[in-house]
Design a protein around this ligand. Sequence first.
Ligand SMILES: [Zn+2]
Ligand SMILES: [Zn+2]
Length: 390
Amino acid sequence: MSTTDALPNSKPPLIWLNVSIFVLTGLVSLIVVPWYGIVHGYSVGLWVAFALLVTLNEMSITAGYHRLWAHRAYEAHPALRFVFLLFGTMALQNSAWAWCSGHRRHHLNVDDNDKDPYSANRGFWFSHIGWMLRDYPSGEVNFNNIPDLKRDKMLAFQHRYYAPLAIASNFGIPLLVGWALGDVWGGLLVAGVLRLVVSHHMTFFINSLAHIWGSRPYTEDNTARDNPVLAVATFGEGYHNYHHIFAHDYRNGVRWWQWDPTKWLIGGLQYVGLTRRLKRTPAFQIQRALLSMQMVRAQRKLEQMPASAGPATHIEQLRRKLAQEYDALASAVAEWTHVKEQWLEDKKRVVSEHLEHAIEQANVQRRLREIELRLKVQRRRLRILNAELA
Ligand SMILES: [Zn+2]
Ligand SMILES: [Zn+2]
């Protein structure tokens, strides 16, 4: 129950610590960093350290905070978790507990202005940074949704000592860089402040722009968008439409050619034993989502088609084609479910003849692949149908 004497239109109080951090670091980046560059200049080594630290900070958020802890998309070796925690702390986006709790609420209540802490329906500014500037009821911290993370001692330690750890990493590492390169002020400005501001906004774009700008090939149930340009700026998180429908997948850019360095990092580290049990959405489910969206679009276009668009028989023909596609999808889904059930049954059964079992498994896999292929062919047909309707 919330009781407040405030007027309905009055804004919640400002969180001065957050406001000061964003304003100060923003101003220093815009004014002092260029000024020092003109007067003194920056070495190449400093820019290399800047790029390296931005990457370490960002990937600790995308691969660590986001895909490992918030979504449990894979398991990681303690050494890797330590690195994620160190550079995630330095990224200054709150403790992993607070970050993941808010993010799980974002997924569960996406676009709900009262429950999603950074609802995109409240506009660009709010979802980008505004939600952190005031004490909004939607941003109330509550750790009920992270019981799994609360059992993790490393995360508990980080949460407890977050402030001193954040200060130590944000000053300590840039000072070390500056000292090593013989330019302490340069280190503080570029590896310290500019690095922080750039990595902050890279992450913030995922909550703002990735819910506003781009396409929705998998679902229109929420505002999340797929955007390859944003994927480049966010180490792969730009494929946000896919992510919102299949949040437990360790990949956001699911196609092999889609730019997702976070997915490559997680996949690559598997070969040296640092990550394991990577979760993947079955290809069939991905195809099914894509196909369903194509059908929704075709249906919409058909309904909006003016009578003057062509002879009634032509429209009727298109309508029949679409109905056939619906039937084809429904039967593929039914068959896939049936084969999958059979396969699970078979796995449970104790098979004395190993060879027979292996052949049976191979047959099932082949049938599943056949159904997947059918959906792929169907998607091509739907693309043509959608073009006809355009
Ligand atoms: Zn989102
Ligand atoms: Zn997420």
